[in-house]
Structure formats: C-alpha cells, structure tokens
Design a protein around this ligand. Structure first.
Ligand SMILES: *Cc1c(COP(=O)(O)O)cnc(C)c1O
Length: 398
C-alpha cells in the first residue's frame, strides 16, 4: 500500500507476509518433540476465494511458505487454481451428480469420493481421458455431513479395490472431518478419532495402501496432536484467526490476522441529546454526541447483526457502531476523537493499530470469524501486500 495514493471509500487489504508467517508458525507448532513422530504435511484450504482473502494470491503465498498441499471444496475452484498456474498437490471434496470430473482429472487434481456411485463416475471419467484418477476416500466419523457412512464404508472400500485393479483409479488418501474440534473436551472428538482409526484398519485390511491419512482441521491440528496423522488441513489458522476462540487467541498462537478491512470517514457531525440514529432509531443519543459516517454496509458484506454492537477504530480510539447497519453506510460514535472526514476507519485487522479483530466482529454479531472474513467484499476494493512474483498468474480481476 503506497502512502501517497488516494484511499478508496472502503477496501480490504490482505497481508501475504502475515499468511506466510502463519504457515511457518503453524509448522513450528506441529513439530513434535524428538521421538514423537513426524511433522505432518500442511494442506492449506483456499476454498471460498481463500476465505475472502483471494484464492490465487493465497495459494501462491502458501506454496512460497512450503505448503505441500492445497485444498478447495468444488471442482470449479480446483480447475481455476490449476488454470491460474498452481501445479502442486491439490484436493477437492464437494460435488453434485451433474458435475464432470474430467477437467479436474485432466489437470491432476485429486478428488474425494463418498460412495460407490461417485467412485464409478470418477473411474468412467478417467477411462474416457485415459488417465489414472487419484482419489481420496472420505468416511463420515460423526459429523453427519459429507463422507461414506460407517456402515457403507466396507462397500466403498471394496469398490475402490476393484477399480484399482482396472488401473483407472488409485486411492491416494483416506480422510474424515471433525464436528467439535474447537471444543477440545467434547467427547465427540475421541469418538471420531477412534472411528477414523477403525476405518483405516478396514481399508488397509481390504488392500488399500493410501499415501496420506488426514482428519484434523485448524482447531484439531493445534489442539489435538493425536489427530494430525500425515497431513493437517489448515483453513482459518492460515489466515491468522484462532480456530478455537473459547480456548486460545490468535496472539497466543503467534498468528497474525492477514485481512484488514478499512474505510474512509465520509462525514462528521454533531447530534443533540434525544436524536435517534439510523433506521428505526434503535439508538437514541442520551447527550450531545459527535457521529461519523462510515461508507460501507451490508451491500459490502458488513453484517447487519453488527448494528449497535461492533466497534471500529478511528485515530487509535475504539468507536462503537450506533444504530443499524444500512446497505451502504453506518454511523459510529466519534465523540471526543477529533475525527475529520477523510480519516481512516479500521473495521478490523491485525490488531497492531489497536483495531478490533475479525474475531471481535464475530462475537459482536453472534457468528464465527470465518463468516466475517468470507462474506465481506461486495463493492469493496481489494489489494495485497507482500506479493512476491513467482510462477503462476494472478487470474483474478480484483
Ligand atoms: C473448510 C474445511 C477445512 C478447514 O477448516 P478450518 O477450521 O478453517 O481449518 C478442513 N476440512 C474440511 C473438510 C473443510 O470443509
């Protein structure tokens, strides 16, 4: 960010140095004591446009920091990453029956299968292309979301063994996903890990020889060493936000939030005691106040649930949101701050300037930091700091 440019009305700035720092820090946290096994490989999850941080830039920075794997949800995301130039190990895991596996298989993307029907479709697509599909089988160990139910697992495994013998499919991984890893004491964690270990035994007894087994997302990777297996899937922690806010803060983990959301103050004015602020007058001034107009709203992904609850930072001072968040604007209390139109308004960021974190906005809104960073955007400009040219193209307009 150059100091001389005119700041946009409202913008997101993503610090890729912070992202690389976080991955180094997470690898450090995953390093076991001598004699306690190996360091898991890092799989950085860049779905949903890199949790709002910009999928291509995040992917490139993650590779620069040594990420052995990337992961996305959909086939389209995987194809876009490849077409942006990423060539490393890449996994995706969410399809519908109408999806065509061809373009992902052609690009050397590993796909996930949850049932026999998907396995057959993957094998058929590989046959048409004359390639070997690399498939990771997912077992549902208790989330009741994606993955083979435990009852169906032996059948899925048996089909995978059959398809391996045709030479069109190779099972490279076995994996599952936690429901409650942000609550380390929750009994579901022990149950899921035990079921996962049993599912591995079933698969290996049937003759599968996967290269990787993985179960942990960010929270489990950080808080539950026994769940790390060969690879950890790191989403939110890569972006510098704590995966388990009830347990540990991002600062305690040595993580740096990579996204800053900022705006330029549009207007400053006095209001009298008794005046209502914003739609519905859900805030009424008890005494004379100075208010500032922030030119961002739910049309930019600012949650309306932040009405009367979140805070921003102006001139180093925390300023509460007054009244409702509107589509394009909201009002903050700048009484005594000496604020002027044109001042920088920090919505959330790394915290280094005393500003709130995305986690603080999440708490104000009754949600999780994942939703805050992923939904923000809309009309906001977005730029990146710490970009290092290497390899693949930007492939992104904003
Ligand atoms: C999104 C996702 C992750 C990443 O989770 P974090 O909590 O952000 O680390 C890991 N695994 C699966 C299956 C996911 O859908």
């Amino acid at each position: 960010m150059s100091e001389t440019r005119t700041p946009p009305r409202v913008e997101i700035v993503v610090d890729l140095d912070a992202l690389r720092h976080n991955l180094r820090q997470l690898r450090e946290l995953m390093t076991p004591l001598p004699g306690e096994g190996g360091v898991p490989a890092l799989m950085v999850v860049v779905k949903a446009d890199g949790y709002g941080h910009g999928m291509h830039r995040v992917a490139r920075a993650a590779r620069q920091a040594g990420a052995e794997w990337l992961a996305v949800a959909t086939l389209d995301e995987a194809v876009a990453l490849r077409d942006g130039g990423d060539e490393g190990q890449l996994l995706c895991w969410l399809t519908v029956p109408a999806d065509d596996f061809g373009p992902t298989l052609q690009r050397g993307v590993q796909v996930s299968a949850y049932d026999v029907e998907q396995l057959d479709r993957i094998a058929a697509a590989a046959h048409v292309l004359g390639v070997v599909a690399e498939v990771q089988l997912k077992v549902d160990t208790g989330l009741s979301r994606g993955g083979s139910s435990y009852d169906a697992w032996p059948g899925v495994v048996a089909r995978a063994v059959e398809l391996e013998s045709t030479g069109r499919v190779r099972v490279t991984g076995l994996w599952s996903h936690f429901a409650c890893s942000d609550e380390p004491e929750h009994p579901a964690n022990n149950t899921q890990e035990r079921v996962f270990r049993e599912a591995l035994v079933v698969a290996e007894a049937a003759g599968l020889r996967p290269e990787v087994r993985h179960l942990a997302n960010s929270a489990a990777a950080v808080l539950r060493p026994s769940s790390r297996f060969d690879v950890v899937r790191l989403g939110i922690a890569s972006y510098g936000l704590t995966p388990a806010p009830g347990v540990v803060s991002s600062a305690e983990l040595g993580l740096r939030p990579a996204m800053t959301a900022r705006a330029t103050l549009a207007l400053v004015k006095a209001i009298a005691a008794g005046e209502g602020v914003s739609y519905g007058h859900t805030f009424v001034a008890k005494q004379p106040m100075t208010v500032g107009l922030v030119p961002a709203g739910y049309g930019d992904g600012i949650p309306r649930h932040a009405s009367n609850t979140a805070e921003v930072t102006v001139r180093g001072t925390r300023c509460p949101v007054l009244g409702r968040i509107c589509m394009d604007q909201f009002v903050v209390d700048v009484t005594g701050v000496g604020a002027e139109p044109g001042d920088e308004v920090l919505l959330f960021g790394s915290g280094e300037g005393g500003e709130p974190l995305a986690q603080d906005w999440a708490e104000a809104c009754g949600t999780i930091s994942y939703e805050i960073v992923t939904r923000i955007g809309g009309r906001m400009a977005r730029s990146w700091r710490g970009e290092r040219a290497n390899g693949f193209a930007d492939g992104e307009a904003t």
